[in-house]
Design a protein around this ligand. Structure first.
Ligand code: SIN
Length: 539
């Protein structure tokens, strides 16, 4: 089966949906999403969107805070572009019906702005603690009603369709260039591999938190876009910078539930098993220091005391305020037997966000023509070595607009490519579906290796061991993959293993500690040698 459209969007979070809505003005859009449309990281985002909205704040301050968090590696042009583009993009969300909380105490400001770590002013616009859900629902309602857009749920992209084009200059062959024309996609309902061909392809596949045992990410976050782009030859970078969110709910049945940074922003205090605060030992900003600092402090306290978690206490904020400001967190904890109005919340750090990804320019264009990457899957240069809280939805909105502007110019100038003939996926029949233990076993091992050896605190030895184990798993996958029946677990395993290997490779290249990458064998920052991005491509 082949589906053709002008635009193929892979992923259904804020990045993909915002782009699709605009691109539908120019042509047809197919969106493929591996589960249900709402199963995205966007949908789980609690905190909100960081943007400059009140007179006591300024673009310069937001830019400065982003650069400080990024620890020397942010691309300043990108930071300027994203911060300055925020208010306009936010208005688009308000226009499509997203209702953000109002009622600020700050003069001249309509909205209730939250505080999060690393921000020098209140600037997090939010819809209580369900901001992502409000955005996702509003965008999906528009998308589903649009005649030019079709969503394919339960469709998992396997690989990109990349063809080598001969470019001519003055009638003579000048160079050959790879161009992306869509993707091969597994319909996980019926097991059929379908071709989705398109003139422009967008990877908006989110992050890769599932590469770690403990993560705040949804099950879909298996780094599919990054792995596919890498296999297609795109440049990938800065993957050593994995952000561990300091406070995920610690409970055997909680799976991946986040306790938003906004809770600390409203005055939540971190305490140990004995009820003592500890953040004052680590940073003058205490609970509101940047995430790398808070996550490392918690990790260190847990290692010192041998405790399984620390606690976040907000009981002093009062029953009424807690229920009104954090209804989702309150309900979720209540369902697990924790009354956050009366007792502290058990929390641990967990993998939350990958600051690196597929390298793009300021249009969201990757190193492969016709292929764009937006959102967490992309490495735009905004976050540097550490992402400032709530800058991610902002980045997704600004870059989806920039990518739209770019394709609009190309289409307007009549320069869009003609669609070549795309060969169908060649899947041999009668593959083995008995050896599925191979898949579950390796899924488990990768996630444990990454947690134990490539986590919050790394060493050269742990990284080298991780590299060795993951290389072995990759060879095992290469050997057996062709003979095992295609399934979503198998495709995701292949992607997870690749992303794990890229994270370790990038971490091994950086012999210093900076932002989110802390290596105990090189504990200092080394500007002379490492004040630069880490870029890798397929060998
Ligand atoms: C949070 O609510 O703490 C997450 C927000 C973010 O990761 O930016």
């Amino acid at each position: 089966m082949e589906y053709q459209s002008d635009f193929l969007v892979i992923g259904s979070g804020i990045a993909g949906l915002s782009f699709a809505l605009k691109a539908a003005r120019l042509g047809t859009v197919n969106i493929v999403t591996k589960k249900q449309s709402v199963e995205t990281s966007t949908n789980l985002a609690q905190g909100g969107i960081a943007t400059v909205l009140c007179p006591e704040d300024s673009f310069d301050l937001h830019i400065k805070d982003t650069l400080v968090a990024g620890d020397g590696l942010c691309h300043e042009d990108v930071v300027q572009m994203v911060v300055r583009g925020g208010p306009e993009r936010l208005n688009e969300l308000i226009e499509i019906g997203v209702e953000f909380d109002k009622g600020s105490e700050i003069e001249g400001c309509d909205f209730d702005l939250g505080v999060e770590g690393g921000h020098s002013r209140p600037r997090i616009i939010h819809a209580r603690d369900m901001t992502g859900k409000a955005i996702e629902e509003a965008l999906l309602a528009k998308i589903e009603a649009h005649p030019n857009i079709k969503i394919f749920e339960d469709h998992l992209a396997i690989d990109l369709v990349v063809q080598s084009l001969t470019m001519k200059r003055g009638g003579a062959v000048a160079f050959r260039k790879d161009r992306c024309f869509g993707a091969y996609v597994l319909n996980t309902d019926n097991g059929e591999v379908q071709t989705f061909s398109a003139r422009f392809t967008l990877l908006c596949t989110g992050g890769a938190g599932k590469v770690y045992v403990y993560t705040s990410n949804p099950d879909i976050a298996t780094g599919d876009g990054i792995a596919m782009a890498w296999r297609a030859g795109a440049e990938v970078g800065n993957m050593e910078f994995v952000q561990f969110h300091p406070t995920c709910l610690y409970h055997p049945h909680a799976k991946n539930f986040l306790i938003s940074e906004a809770v600390r922003g409203e005055g939540g205090r971190l305490i140990d098993l004995n009820g003592n605060t500890f953040m004052e030992k680590y940073h003058p900003l205490k609970e509101l220091a940047c995430r790398d600092v808070v996550a490392r402090a918690i990790d260190s306290e847990m290692k010192l005391s041998g405790a399984d978690c620390v606690y976040l206490d907000i009981t002093h904020l009062g029953d009424g305020f807690i229920k009104e400001r954090f209804p989702w967190i309150h309900r979720k904890c209540r369902s697990l037997g924790i009354d956050i109005t009366k007792e502290p919340i058990p929390v641990v750090p967990a993998a939350h966000y990958i600051c690196g990804g597929i390298r793009t320019d300021t249009n969201g264009l990757t190193s492969i023509k016709g292929l764009y990457a937006i959102g967490e899957t992309a490495f735009t240069g905004l976050h540097g070595a550490n992402r400032l809280a709530s800058n991610s939805l902002l980045e997704a909105m600004v870059f989806s607009h920039a990518a739209f502007g770019h394709v609009e110019r190309i289409v307007g100038e009549g320069e869009g490519p003609a669609m070549p003939e795309v060969p169908a996926w060649d899947e041999p029949a009668n593959k083995d579906s008995r050896e599925l233990v191979l898949i579950s076993h390796n899924w488990d091992i990768i996630r444990r290796i990454m947690w134990n050896y490539v986590g919050i605190v790394r060493t050269d030895k742990r990284l080298m061991l991780a590299k060795k184990h993951i290389s072995h798993i990759l060879s095992e996958i290469d050997e057996h993959y062709p003979n095992i029946a295609l399934s979503s677990d198998l495709i995701e395993l292949k992607n997870l293993a690749r992303v794990a290997d890229i994270i370790v490779s990038c971490a091994l290249l950086r012999k210093e500690s900076r932002g989110l990458h802390f290596n105990a064998d090189h504990p200092a920052k080394d500007d002379a040698n490492f004040n630069r991005d880490t870029l890798v491509t397929v060998e």
